[in-house]
Design a protein around this ligand. Structure first.
Ligand code: SIN
Length: 315
């Protein structure tokens, strides 16, 4: 039996569905080069702004592990450290043999319009994920949680950005919110993919021994990732795959092994991103996840991802 992990995505053949979540191992050019050389199927940059940002004060990332040292999840409040959109635009001009997504998270509508206006004119920039869900900027709400602001933002950006666009969503928790958000996305034909989902915003992890929070920014509040978020991520992937059938869904949240990748695809994901587990394990995780996914497919007799993509059964 021969297994093919390829996916046709917006006219491109992506050889493996697994790649990094924006934010992990993707700020600097050497990090991006390492992703390009790994067995990830694609790579995505850190969310960029108009200007270079150092990000929030450190420590701003903390790994939660159980007594056996197994990762449970992470909390981060990075604050969008990035090299600026110009830098990632320059990176897009480098030759590479897999697709590059550029994540964009302007500090306001004006920044998003400036960045996307320039990206629209640059044929080397092909795949953009607009991040409407960063929970870690003091005083800046997550646009994805205000439907009116989100629609206004999408109206403006799609006037100037004419290429296929993706949106990184926050997690939603209510059936009415899934439906309302989906109705907005379905109004925009150039929105071609939805990434479900960003971290669970503004969680609080504490250390009872020291009686303290574990990250510095925002008195310890930060985005939660890892195992904790998997059921929420799968719900968002599945809900939006049903509500927005003409768009690709990219799964993100709680991926630690091949079974998690399988489950995201079963819920409807075209591609699957890995965040916290990549941070902990490093780039070799892509080999492990690929092997584990192939093993599951072999046992189940699936040769391609479309044999099971979106085919979740109900009771
Ligand atoms: C951050 O840089 O604070 C994380 C970005 C995000 O969650 O969108």
């Amino acid at each position: 039996m021969s297994i093919n992990l390829g996916t046709r995505f917006l006219g491109k053949l992506i050889k493996s569905p697994i790649y990094n979540a924006s934010g992990v191992h993707c700020v600097t050019f050497p990090q991006l080069d390492e992703l390009a050389m790994s067995s990830a199927g694609a790579l995505i940059t850190k969310s960029c702004t108009v200007n270079y940002r150092d990000g929030n004060p450190k420590p701003r990332y903390y790994d939660m592990v159980n007594e056996e040292g197994k990762q449970l999840g992470s909390i981060n409040s990075s604050g969008l450290p990035n090299l600026s959109y110009k830098a990632y635009q320059e990176y897009a001009h480098k030759k590479r043999d897999k697709p590059l997504f550029i994540s964009v998270s302007g500090m306001n509508l004006g920044e998003n319009l400036q960045i996307l206006g320039e990206f629209n004119e640059d044929p080397y920039v092909e795949l953009v994920e607009l991040n409407l869900s960063c929970p870690n900027i003091v005083g800046k709400p997550q646009t994805g949680y205000c439907f009116e602001d989100m629609e206004k933002m999408l109206n403006e950006v799609t006037k100037i950005y004419k290429k296929p666009l993706g949106i990184k969503l926050p997690p939603y928790f209510d059936m009415v919110h899934f439906k309302t958000a989906a109705e907005i996305f379905n109004k925009f034909q150039t929105i071609r993919f939805l990434t479900c989902c960003n971290s669970l915003g503004n969680g609080l992890v504490i250390d009872s021994e020291s009686e303290s929070v574990v990250i510095k920014p925002k008195n310890g509040f930060g985005g939660i990732g890892g195992i904790y978020i998997k059921p929420t991520a799968l719900a968002n992937v599945h809900a939006f795959s049903k509500l927005c059938p003409d768009k690709h869904i990219i799964g993100c949240g709680g991926v630690q092994n091949g079974k998690d990748v399988f489950e995201h695809i079963l819920c409807g994901a075209s591609l699957v991103q890995v965040g916290s587990a990549l941070y902990r394990e490093g780039l070799s995780i892509f080999d492990r996840l690929t092997e584990e996914l192939e093993e599951i497919m072999t046992i189940k007799g699936y040769e391609t991802l479309s044999d099971f993509r979106g085919k979740l059964k109900y009771l």
